[in-house]
Design a protein around this ligand. Structure first.
Ligand SMILES: [Zn+2]
Length: 213
């Protein structure tokens, strides 16, 4: 990486309902013409900030660290994208009632081991809390909470509420989300985007069909 993009201006759509699902949604039109929102390490930090996965102080320290070690930052970005794609395949397999590929599960399991090595007991108020070791300004730090979020979701009863956008079949959108509606009827990553596209199509189809209901 010749220069680090230090002005992350990409907007992240956080409609997934869980950090790990929002993370899988950092690429659009994955199957056809991918639009990548994680084009640089700074974008990864911007995502971590937007989702509160990292605090401001650590994110700015990591940005400084990335400027000093651009090659390492690029390596972590590649790691992040490999993790994201493994997570996507694991969750999509679950949504479609298939077994995830053992290689993807092994990938996530290895990422969990790395993340857990940085878990620390930290002082919070009168007591203690589970935190992350930030003393070493490890460039991988944005990945740890994402891995943890994925593990929490995979091992919880909420797994059965994970859905893929209704436009997945036509390969237009493969965003994942947690259906938190009581009736479990959410079909679109976003009603504003994919939901409206589908609605407009239904209208068109009806119009073509001679106005029948
Ligand atoms: Zn969608």
């Amino acid at each position: 990486m010749a220069t680090l993009d230090t002005t992350p201006s990409r907007v992240f759509d956080l409609s997934g309902g869980r950090l790990c699902l929002d993370f899988t949604n950092t690429v659009s039109s994955r199957d056809v013409k991918p639009r990548e929102r994680l084009a640089s390490y700074a974008d990864l930090l911007a995502f971590a900030r937007a989702t509160s996965a990292l605090d401001e102080r650590l994110a700015s320290r990591l940005l400084d660290e990335a400027r000093r070690r651009p090659g390492d930052a690029e390596g972590v970005l590649r790691q992040a994208i490999a993790l994201r794609e493994a997570l996507f395949r694991i969750f999509l397999a679950r949504v479609e009632g298939r077994e995830p590929a053992p290689a993807d599960v092994a990938h996530l399991s290895a990422a969990l081991s790395s993340a857990l090595a940085h878990r620390r007991l930290t002082r919070q108020g009168e007591g203690y809390a589970l935190g992350w070791d930030d003393a070493s300004a490890a460039l991988e730090a944005p990945l740890w909470p994402i891995v943890e979020s994925a593990i929490e979701l995979l091992t919880s009863g909420e797994l059965e509420r994970v859905r893929v956008c209704g436009l997945h079949e036509s390969q237009e959108c493969s965003w994942l989300f947690l259906d938190q509606t009581r009736a479990r009827t959410r079909r679109w990553c976003s009603m504003k985007d994919c939901g409206n596209v589908a609605k407009a199509r239904r209208h068109q189809a009806r119009a073509k069909g001679g106005g029948g209901a």
